[in-house]
Design a protein around this ligand. Structure first.
Ligand SMILES: [Zn+2]
Length: 203
């Protein structure tokens, strides 16, 4: 039976790179792969981009998931060996359920890649439901390292070099002012306390 797999990691943990590597392995073996991402991710338009050792890899998505995306239509009449979904944290509950049904009913494996937690320390809806429904959940093998040397498990957002801890969940880094840094929980909480002290001083 096909499986729904969720591979999660922090920013810069090589999620898209891993997706593209797995895709290549399938395609080298003459398998058909469809790659998609949620519409909410406006970074790089309708493509995926990964960076490794100063090289940039770009791959056009085969589909973009909007609110009433029809997964059955996507696969009907085609022989698809695997579906890859990047930025899967941006999926909503209903989209994750549709994907789980697709895996089950059409027997097509789906591998989702995404973040577990947003910059506020809150879970993403898509990731929560993937954690709930996936046959297998695994952390991306490449570990992003915090500046203190620990393994990073949180995503720190800065806008114009100022660390931000609240606001809207979706802040896309397609602007040089917006930066995400992988950090460990200790450093995340220290920086959050610093920001709160700073805000109090300014009040
Ligand atoms: Zn740290």
């Amino acid at each position: 039976m096909a499986k729904l797999i969720f591979k999660y990691g922090v920013m810069n943990s090589g999620k898209t790179t891993t997706l593209l590597m797995i895709t290549r392995n399938y395609e080298d073996n003459k398998k058909t792969v469809l790659i998609g991402k949620p519409m909410i991710d406006t970074k790089c338009g309708d493509s995926l981009q990964s960076r490794l050792n100063n090289n940039t890899f770009i791959r056009k998505c085969d589909f973009i998931i909007d609110n009433d995306f029809d997964f059955n239509k996507l696969v009907t009449g085609k022989k698809i060996d695997v579906i890859m979904i990047d930025e899967a944290h941006f999926l909503n509950k209903s989209q994750v359920k549709k994907i789980a049904n697709l895996v089950h009913e059409k027997n097509i494996p789906v591998i989702c890649f995404g973040l577990k937690v947003d910059f506020r320390g809150e879970p993403f809806e898509g990731s929560s439901y993937l954690f709930a429904l996936a046959n297998r959940v695994e952390e991306i093998g490449v570990k992003a390292i915090c500046s203190c040397g620990s393994i990073a498990n949180m995503n720190l957002l800065s806008v114009n070099k100022k660390n931000i801890f609240d606001g809207e969940q979706v802040v896309i880094d397609n602007d040089s002012k917006v930066e995400y840094t992988p950090v460990c929980l200790n450093c995340y909480l220290n920086k959050k306390s610093e920001a709160q002290l700073e805000n109090k001083k300014n009040d």
